[in-house]
Design a protein around this ligand. Sequence first.
Ligand code: GAR
Length: 235
Amino acid sequence: MSVTDTNDVQTLSIVILISGRGSNALAILDAIEQNRLCASLQMRAVIADSRIDQPAAGLARMAERGIDTALVDPSAYSDRTGFEQALAEVINSFEPDLIVLAGFMRVLSAAFVEQFEQRIVNIHPSLLPNYRGLHTHQRALDADDKKHGASVHWVTAELDAGPVIAQAEVPIEPGDTADTLAARVLIQEHRLYPSSLALLAQTTVLRQYDTTPKHLLLDRDFDDAGRLLADTDCN
Ligand code: GAR
């Protein structure tokens, strides 16, 4: 992944892919615009995969904030390959360093992922490798887990299986339902994603991920600004 170097300030340019409400995309934009990150991120566009007659709610929210938006409607293409080619063209037109999946609910083909090798990240609502796929909150409750959370990870051809970059933990409380747990995890997602992107904008940290299987935990290893805390050696 290249990081644009402008006047000694390293800027990581991103496009965000969404399918629905886009609250994570909004949280990232808020963190950027309120200068809460210790790195420079530039949001170039938000792209949705929804139908043109049912656009993802998040698109309008981002457009209102002055962000470029685009929609690639899968029903306009005869097959997945055609859709993914169109999606790749739209992404490339914004020339991002990094592609950020935020509630993008479509499984991408290996060919698509490989053309953007090490340039796609995702947020998943579980402590990976636990609970890849859907219904993560209910599955954590059914397993009687004591903690749950969210993970930011590299996207590889295997669904939700790429190397974890960072996680945020959430305790499971007595009486939790899938909805109450999802709401509590989402609050942490809104902290985790902007701060993880700030971590990625720091190339030294990025190289560390390439060589170690260890991932970082929000509040233990780094803060909301994406600033590494002193004690990064604990497991
Ligand atoms: C988030 O909870 C995100 O972790 C999840 O969808 C939600 C999107 O919310 N993603 C996945 O489940 C991906 N497998 P948002 O549209 O409000 O950001």
